[in-house]
Write a protein that binds this ligand. Structure first.
Ligand SMILES: *[C@@H]1O[C@H](CO)[C@@H](O)[C@H](O)[C@H]1NC(C)=O
Ligand SMILES: *[C@@H]1O[C@H](CO)[C@@H](O)[C@H](O)[C@H]1NC(C)=O
Length: 474
């Protein structure tokens, strides 16, 4: 039997052994965790790393593509073509003058120089046109290639959308669109209220620039009187269409509307094959009298033949409904637009469009031949809405138009300049005679003038030419 002392000594020895063992272990451990080392976790990811570089380069390519391809580029060609169209007849005219008047002497030499200069200008123009079209061809092949690449790269990137974030976002957008469409349909059902007259969503009418478009279109040299423009509320799929009405009988009457599928086809003169006919005869009951007609929501509004009425020709149903103007309304060329030298025949009743719909401007004996303005309510049949009496004598004005519930009047300054000088605000009744906005004309007489709320342009028909100006708002 061991003595308790011996047992104690043995126990001490065992404890010493373990202490040494523990110290040894700790020593080893601290050695392993020396400051140079760190602890590392290996996380295995089954997915490939996200290619940030590819995304960045796709982003860069897309914004470069956006910078390269702009609507201005196609306008450039249109502008150059218009310039050429303007210059060629001028050259022709000058050549024929030279032929007639060449006395083989000084006059002939001078004219020859003029023509040489013109030829040089035309050559410059053609060169620029050539360069621009070549540039466009390159641009369009390059862009197509770039777009195909971008598409492929984006599809590759979509594979990284493992949590389907992007896919869900797209689904959300689709749903949102559907919701909005649904809302839109609902609102259509509940009749939109037009904006109050005079309340202009884009500020005060400040100035105009242009001409932007200048073209005789399909029938150069014919049909001095007429009208043109765009439907502010077009049929779906016809948003880019233009219309033109020409007074084909006696410069006074018209019986059809022509349509063009774009500005380019209008300028180049390629219309839709069929005229939209109001009546086979011209003139007869309900055909167009005078140039101041407008097209609004697939219907043509105009002064109808031999009456003091506004007619509305529904282009869908091909039927005409009429709106009687107040008693004493002057018509049949008694209350025309005029300047000092002449009056414009059959311009008694002027139709206009703006943000809030269709308006009619006329004069009455009751208002001493001064301008009267009425809103046209577009029911079936159309009716006369609110009416305002101005103190501006109609025959002291060359034309009128409406923009944002404000009536504007123009006067003839000289053969190159027309002035927007007058305004009448239907929301306040305030009249101004000092507007002072000047228009550069392409021909002396403006027979038709209207504001188009969809593109905020003034459309002018002037001695067979179609001209447009951009309106600048505050
Ligand atoms: C309108 O624009 C023309 C030319 O762009 C400029 O000469 C004229 O001063 C402007 N008028 C006003 C009232 O701003
Ligand atoms: C034109 O006629 C069509 C078909 O009859 C009709 O749906 C539409 O409301 C009419 N437009 C106007 C402005 O009355």
């Amino acid at each position: 039997m061991q003595s308790p002392h011996a047992f104690f000594i043995q126990l001490q020895a065992i404890m010493k052994f373990y202490t040494v063992l523990l110290l040894c272990f700790l020593f080893n451990f601290t050695q392993q965790l020396s400051p140079q080392d760190h602890c590392a976790c290996a996380l295995t990811n089954k997915d490939k790393a996200f290619p940030h570089d590819t995304l960045n380069s796709v982003n860069d390519d897309a914004s470069k593509c956006n910078q390269d391809v702009t609507p201005q580029k196609s306008l450039e060609i249109e502008r150059l073509l218009l310039g050429l169209e303007h210059r060629l007849p001028q050259l022709l005219e000058d050549v024929s003058i030279l032929e007639k008047e060449d006395d083989g002497d000084l006059y002939g030499v001078v004219s020859l120089q003029v023509i040489e200069n013109e030829l040089k200008e035309i050559k410059d123009h053609v060169d620029r046109l050539k360069r621009t079209t070549q540039g466009h061809q390159h641009l369009s092949t390059d862009s197509t290639k770039q777009l195909t690449n971008l598409r492929a790269e984006l599809q590759d990137l979509e594979m990284y959308d493992t949590f389907q974030v992007e896919k869900k976002r797209q689904d959300n957008q689709r749903l949102k669109r559907a919701l909005n469409e649904c809302k839109g349909e609902h609102e259509l059902d509940t009749q939109p209220t037009p904006p109050p007259h005079g309340l202009c969503p884009h500020g005060r009418f400040m100035n105009i620039t242009g001409p932007e478009v200048f073209s005789a279109g399909e029938y150069p040299g014919s049909f001095k009187y007429g009208a043109w423009g765009r439907d502010p509320k077009p049929e779906a799929g016809k948003e880019r269409w233009y219309w033109r009405v020409m007074l084909t009988s006696n410069n006074r009457y018209a019986n059809y509307v022509r349509f063009y599928s774009s500005l380019s086809t209008l300028v180049v003169g390629v219309g839709m094959p069929d005229n939209v006919q109001i009546h086979v005869a011209n003139p007869t009951t309900n055909t167009v009298q005078g140039p101041n007609v407008v097209l609004y929501e697939k219907a043509l509004y105009y002064n109808c033949y031999n009456k003091d009425d506004v007619c509305r020709f529904n282009l869908t149903s091909k039927t005409v409904s009429t709106l009687e103007l107040p008693k004493g309304t002057r018509y049949n060329s008694k209350g025309n637009f005029c300047h000092l030298e002449e009056c414009y025949p059959y311009t008694d009743i002027d139709l206009a469009t703006d943000e809030s719909g269709v308006w009619v401007i006329y004069s009455t004996a009751e208002n001493f031949g001064n301008l009267v303005l009425s809103k046209v309510e577009e029911g079936e049949p159309p009716t006369l809405g609110q009416t305002w009496h101005t103190s501006l004598f109609k025959q002291a004005v060359t034309n009128t138009f409406m923009a944002c519930g404000i009536l504007y009047g123009t006067r003839y300054v000289d053969k190159d300049t027309e002035e927007i000088f007058y305004s009448y605000d239907t929301s306040t009744g305030v009249e101004k005679f000092d507007i002072g906005i000047f228009m550069t004309k392409m021909a002396p007489n403006i027979y038709f003038l209207n504001y188009s709320p969809i593109d905020r342009m003034l459309y002018v028909y002037s001695e067979g030419n179609m001209v447009s100006y951009k309106v600048l708002f505050e």
